[in-house]
Every structure is written in C-alpha cells, then in structure tokens.
Design a protein around this ligand. Structure first.
Ligand code: ATP
Ligand code: ATP
Ligand code: MG
Ligand code: MG
Ligand code: MG
Ligand code: MG
Length: 267
C-alpha cells in the first residue's frame, strides 16, 4: 500500500520492548477504592463479593490473554506474571499493560451484577497499571512473596482495626491511635483477649490472598452422537482434559508451593 506523507509521525513512537528472558509483571490496583468500597457498602474489612469479583476478572484476563503463568491478588490489586519467553505483541510493555488493565476493568463492570446482586454499580471504576521486569526465578518468587506479606500485614491490621470500631465502638481515629506502634504479636493479643479471635482461624482468602494457576482438569462430558444406521442421536460419555484457571488461597512464600508446582517457573 502506498504510504502517505504523514507516515513519518510513527517514528515518534517510543520503543518499549521488554528485555528478553525476563518475567513480565503487570500489577493493577483499583483507583480510589477507599471511596469506592464505602460508596458500594463493602463489608469491612473483607467483602467476599468484592474479592470474588476481583478473582473472576483476573481469571478472565488469564483466559483471554496469552502467556500468563500465574496471578496473585489481594484487596483491590492483582498481579499477572507473563512467561519469560513470551513473544506476545513482540513484548511491547504498553500492549501488555493496557490489555490487562482494560480487560480487567471491563470484566469488573460486566460481572458486577453476578456478585453484587441488587447492590447497584454507582459509577464506572478505574484501575491503574504498572509493569516491572524480573530477571531471575528468585526475583519473581520474592516479588510474589512481597505482595503476600503485604496482604498479611494489612489484613492483620484491618482485622483488629475494624473489631475496635465495630465491636468496641471506637472511632476510626481512636482505633488508629490504639494500634499506633503495635507489633504483630500485640495485634494478635488484642484479637484474642478482647474479641476471642484466633487470627490463624480467619479465612485463608483474607490472610493469604488468591493465587491463580493453570491446572489440568479431567472431565467426563456427555456428547450427542448420531450413529450411522440409527435414527436417533445417542448420548455417549467422553473423557477430556483441559486446562483451567483455578484459585488457591495458600502460602507462596515458603518453598513448598514452588516444589509442588515446578511447571509454573519452567520455560
Ligand atoms: P489508590 O487510588 O491510590 O489505589 P485506594 O483508595 O484504592 O487509592 P488502596 O491502598 O489501593 O487505596 O486501598 C484499597 C482500599 O479499598 C482499602 O481502603 C480497602 O479497605 C478497600 N477494599 C478493597 N477491597 C476490599 C474488600 N474486598 N473489602 C473491603 N474493602 C476493600
Ligand atoms: P487489533 O486487536 O489488532 O486492534 P482489530 O480487529 O481490532 O485487531 P483494527 O485494525 O483495530 O483491528 O480494526 C478495527 C476493526 O473493527 C475493523 O475491522 C473495523 O471494521 C471494525 N470496526 C471498528 N469500529 C467500527 C464501526 N464503528 N463500524 C463498523 N466496524 C467497525
Ligand atoms: Mg495505591
Ligand atoms: Mg487502590
Ligand atoms: Mg490497593
Ligand atoms: Mg483494534
């Protein structure tokens, strides 16, 4: 095709190719979800509907886009790890980031009603995105450990904070003051002695966040088959294996998870 005299403007585009052989992480985070969660009456500190909707959107991202090996989410954020060898969109950072974030955001709105039922979506939510490259397997494991440690720290804090507000009637400022300078042990102690809560018995989804990985699923489906000499279709059972995105709420900081799932970090 003949080129117009305007073609030269393409040369102004910056090259944002991701370095080869690196894990490509896209992390997104809800914009001003402090306000969004209040306006949509999220249960504090953990609204199951919101967490499950986030995970549904992340599963959609993994299924729709190419080459995502693992994802990890907590609160209003999700991280997606693309395979080291991915050639998707010639490894252009802006393509990875924008496809992840826009697919996620449209899914959030699309699936909202399946999780929030009669709680209306009051305004269109937004998400920010960033991209980071990690050159070694240890780096990517440490990245995911960092996010899970963040989940733990925030959730422990939020669990005590909201107990102090909801059960003891403290104002948010009073609860914040009470927790100022406390260590994890102190927070566990407040939960146990004042609210009879053993933090370790809190749901895993809250304490560990959500890990999404690909798993082979064996399923038996019934197929209708038309037999050559018979009039009616016959139902037969067939075995098929397919890979599915499954959510786990497990520890990913220790070695056990990685020993049980060596395929995630394999080429
Ligand atoms: P920013 O735009 O800078 O990200 P933000 O208000 O979204 O601002 P975050 O640090 O991302 O700030 O915090 C997310 C907020 O959303 C927290 O206040 C958290 O309590 C709330 N939130 C997110 N998910 C849930 C949930 N499942 N249940 C209850 N609250 C939630
Ligand atoms: P890619 O993911 O690479 O962008 P694409 O299929 O979106 O693939 P584009 O080059 O962006 O490719 O082309 C957009 C396509 O959408 C065209 O085929 C165009 O016909 C169709 N399309 C977009 N807007 C309209 C519209 N308003 N009416 C009819 N067709 C449209
Ligand atoms: Mg933030
Ligand atoms: Mg946010
Ligand atoms: Mg956040
Ligand atoms: Mg297009």
């Amino acid at each position: 095709m003949a080129k117009s005299k305007f073609e030269y403007v393409r040369d102004f585009e910056a090259d944002d190719t991701c370095l080869p052989n690196c894990w490509i992480v896209v992390r997104l985070d809800g914009r001003n979800f402090h306000r969004f969660s209040e306006q949509h009456e999220f249960k504090k500190p953990n609204d199951d509907r919101a967490l499950q909707l986030m995970t549904k959107c992340a599963q959609t991202v993994m299924q729709e886009l190419e080459d995502i090996a693992i994802a990890y989410g907590q609160s209003d954020e999700y991280s997606f790890v693309f395979k080291k060898k991915s050639r998707w969109f010639k490894r252009r950072a802006s393509k990875f980031m924008t496809h992840v974030v826009s697919q996620f955001a449209s899914s959030y709105v699309f699936y909202w009603k399946d999780y929030f039922k009669d709680q209306q979506l009051l305004y269109p939510p937004g998400f920010d995105g960033r991209i980071v490259l990690y050159p070694s397997n240890q780096n990517i494991k440490d990245y995911l450990s960092w996010r899970q440690a963040d989940c733990h720290i925030n959730n422990l804090y939020n669990t005590v904070f909201w107990m102090l507000v909801q059960r003891s009637g403290l104002t948010p400022v009073q609860a914040q003051d009470r927790l100022q300078g406390t260590f994890a042990g102190d927070k566990n102690e407040i939960l146990f002695s004042e609210f009879n809560i053993n933090y370790n018995n809190e749901p895993l989804m809250y304490r560990k966040g959500t890990v999404l990985i690909w798993q082979k699923i064996n399923e038996i489906i019934t197929k209708k088959i038309k037999m050559p000499k018979e009039e009616e279709e016959k139902e037969v059972e067939v075995n098929r294996t397919r890979t599915k995105v499954v959510p786990l709420h497990c520890d990913i900081i220790g070695d056990q998870f990685w020993e049980e799932h060596p395929e995630i970090l394999a080429d």
